[in-house]
Design a protein around this ligand. Structure first.
Ligand code: GLU
Length: 284
């Protein structure tokens, strides 16, 4: 049976933007007879807190949503991400990167004349500094304990897969150009996985056929498509919905404390009133 999912990170309380995303997927699932699954994306142990996970369950249930148990919690599946990483390593598609964010920014700034491309997530497109390090140089740095991330050599990966497309609902097949994001990090210095790898492995493990999520993640989808092709995983169809904006035109974010679902609830709003604020038409 087709399935979609809602995959929040427990780094704060859910806000109206989350409710919009959850209700959009939920409505699509109900309209088409799909499963609607929940996943807790908590690989970043420093930013995630168990009380926010509990609050996610409580707030979604209050909104009137229900989901299958057990819920997939990413921090319980680190061995699976490690195994995926091992496969990519065996394919010789990963390399250690010893750069700090500051070094990357400085290096990118020094490349004059070239447009500074943003990788869609947390910084400029990586200029490839560590890609060409010799095995000896890598060993030396590791031996003295320099922390390193593992990056995907995207050009080498694309040579193995050939050109790829991915499917956005309503737009059909789109060319996947993961090279626009550069050699993304697949294992962070502090965590032996990353968002891209975990989300790709999990969508396959949970048999997700339709990924419904915010527009802000559309740019990352070609990377997910590339990882699916490399790891032999099925490719879901995607629906990237617009991000809900407040009356001031700004999208909701975790800083908008007043608009957390629990504060709206405490202010006396009913679940139906909160659903109406998102604009998602929810059938009774
Ligand atoms: N955990 C991500 C977030 O909270 C969503 C990931 C996804 O839907 O692919 O923004």
């Amino acid at each position: 049976m087709p399935a979609t999912r809602f995959a929040p990170s427990p780094t704060g309380y859910l806000h109206l933007g989350h409710a919009y995303s959850a209700l959009t997927g939920w409505q699509m699932a109900r309209a088409h007879g799909w499963r609607w699954l929940l996943r807790i994306e908590d690989i970043d142990r420093a930013r995630c807190r168990p009380e926010f996970t509990d609050a996610i369950f409580e707030d979604l249930a209050w909104l009137g949503l229900d989901w299958e148990r057990p819920v997939r919690v990413q921090s319980e599946h680190m061995a699976e991400y490690e195994a995926a990483l091992g496969r990519l390593q065996d394919m010789e598609l990963l390399y250690p990167c010893f750069c700090s964010r500051r070094e990357i920014r400085a290096e990118v700034a020094a490349i004059s004349g070239a447009p500074h491309l943003w990788n869609g997530a947390d910084g400029p497109v990586y200029p490839g500094t560590c890609r060409g390090l010799s095995p000896d140089e890598r060993d030396t740095r590791k031996a003295v304990g320099v922390a390193f991330a593992l990056r995907l050599d995207v050009a080498a990966a694309l040579r193995q897969t050939g050109p790829l497309t991915w499917c956005e609902l309503g737009e059909g097949a789109l060319p996947a150009r993961p090279e626009l994001l550069g050699d993304v990090v697949l294992a962070r210095k502090d965590i032996p996985t990353c968002y891209h790898l975990s989300v790709t492995v999990d969508d396959a493990r949970q048999d997700i056929t339709h990924v419904v999520r915010g527009q802000d993640l559309k740019a990352a989808t070609p990377v997910h498509r590339l990882l699916q092709a490399l790891l032999g995983l099925p490719a879901p169809v995607y629906h990237h919905h617009p991000l809900l904006a407040g009356p001031d035109g700004k999208r909701y974010a975790k800083r908008d404390h007043a608009l957390t679902l629990r504060s709206l609830r405490e202010a006396g709003n009913s679940p139906a009133e909160v659903a109406a604020m998102t604009g998602v038409p929810v059938e009774a």
